[in-house]
Design a protein around this ligand. Sequence first.
Ligand code: NAD
Length: 316
Amino acid sequence: MSKKHLKKIVITGALGHIGSRLIRSLSQEQIEKVIIFDNLTTQRYASLFDLPKNLQFKFLEDDIRTADFKKLFASENIDAVIHLAALTDAANSHERAKEVMDVNFEGLKRVANACGEAGVKLFFPSTTSVYGSQASVVDETCAELKPQSPYAESKLAAEQYLLEQKSNGLQFIICRFGTIFGYSVGMRFHTVVNKFLWQAVNGLPLTVWKTAWQQKRPYLDLNDCMRAVNFILERDLFDGEIYNMLTKNFAVKDIVETIKEFIPNLKIEYVDSPIMNQLSYDVNDNKFRKLGFLPQGILGKSIAETIDKLEGVKTQ
Ligand SMILES: NC(=O)c1ccc[n+]([C@@H]2O[C@H](COP(=O)([O-])OP(=O)(O)OC[C@H]3O[C@@H](n4cnc5c(N)ncnc54)[C@H](O)[C@@H]3O)[C@@H](O)[C@H]2O)c1
């Protein structure tokens, strides 16, 4: 049962892979108005086409590093922020570590400080890649986090900053998402499932990291991600806790074999990567499940849907 309706929200980074689906997946029973906030660096204007008519939207082209959030929250009477804006290409974050920290950590701090001052609630998507390589199954109590990229380090620093703000009264939730798979209009293709799909559809060899074939990692179906965000908004679950969110842990082998069911003539090329030493890790999501959330995503179904969307460019 909902405690309070969050009528007006800001979604930063709303034109990206997750945001472009989220702005189409919100319930009008919860939300009245959405400020779509994005600096358009990724040029995803297309995410703004054909927005649903049942909610009010306003687009703001602005940057989290400079925006006047205090003014925005007051003028729009904002209840909550879903802070998706970030530089998200983990593998390439080694070459732009300073900028990644600036956007993902310093930017988050600006948003969090403004939320704290205005009594606005904050949803922060972190990543299961803060765990890095782990010998056994890990949950939120894991004390030895081993982020393997500047991207994961910036997300961990942001988590730590938020946890410090608990005593200052900031109401927030940290969700460690597994790697997203599944179609959206602002979809990007630099994470594992999507990259393999793009390569497979275009008749290119799948570039599998040399060490990764048997390695397990957590993945999150975009449909489950949408259900999880709405679950949190409905329950007003800004309890200052960290939750792992995933559909399932898969090995690269599982992903490739699932794609093969739809595109049988796959070629595989084994390659090096700067974050390849990030070994296997299995993530446990019982803490979020115990609240009553059950993931329902199916890898094959989401893969089939994305392949279907790319039917026109499919080479085999
Ligand atoms: N996609 C995943 O697999 C995944 C997994 C775990 C966590 N997350 C987190 O979820 C969030 C959304 O991920 P996504 O996959 O949709 O990312 P994305 O890269 O597709 O979208 C990010 C959006 O943020 C915008 N942006 C970047 N810098 C900005 C700035 N300085 N000011 C304003 N806007 C800015 C970009 O223009 C883009 O539209 C990110 O915080 C990401 O770290 C994503």
